[in-house]
Design a protein around this ligand. Structure first.
Ligand code: HEM
Length: 128
């Protein structure tokens, strides 16, 4: 039998990549996010395309090259506050507007990103 279409099949590689490009253009210009990202986002964008592909049920591109994502551990070098998580999600929300991602697929995808973003928070807001 055929496998059911994955969320990755539903959005398609081209639209997913356009979304990620639009997202990192916003991250690069966000005053609270840009300082913790590298100046050159080429490699960050490439890894995120690999990760999001597998996150949405497509081929395991990220794991093939980098091993288990261990996302929370990989984010530990960066101070991720609730404010930064909200900023990340806001950049994604606007990127979804820009590429005109709509409907129940958008709601499903965004809800999964909200969950993951909350899981990345590793620094109390008033710590410093
Ligand atoms: C890498 C910040 C949430 C997936 C990174 C990096 C930073 C960062 C600074 C390192 C970039 C680099 O060195 O190239 C944040 C902040 C978040 C957040 C502030 C707010 C909550 C997320 C979420 C996801 C995600 C929700 C997935 C759904 C990734 C991936 C990488 C990454 C796949 C590459 C890891 C690697 O080096 O292999 N993030 N992130 N991040 N982030 Fe996030």
């Amino acid at each position: 039998v055929e496998n059911a279409p994955t969320p990755f099949d539903m959005i398609g590689e081209e639209n997913l990549y356009r979304l990620i490009d639009a997202f990192y253009r916003r991250v690069a210009n966000h005053p609270n996010l840009a300082p913790i990202f590298p100046d050159d986002l080429t490699e960050t964008v490439r890894k995120q395309k690999q990760f999001m592909t597998q996150f949405l049920g497509g081929p395991p591109l990220y794991t093939s090259e980098h091993g288990h994502p261990m996302l929370r551990a990989r984010h530990m070098p960066f101070e991720i506050t609730e404010t930064r998580a909200k900023a990340w999600l806001s950049c994604m929300d606007k990127a979804m507007d820009e590429v005109e991602l709509t409907g129940s697929f958008r709601d499903f995808f965004f809800a999964r990103l909200v969950q993951t973003a909350q899981h990345m928070i590793n620094t109390d807001e008033n710590q410093d």
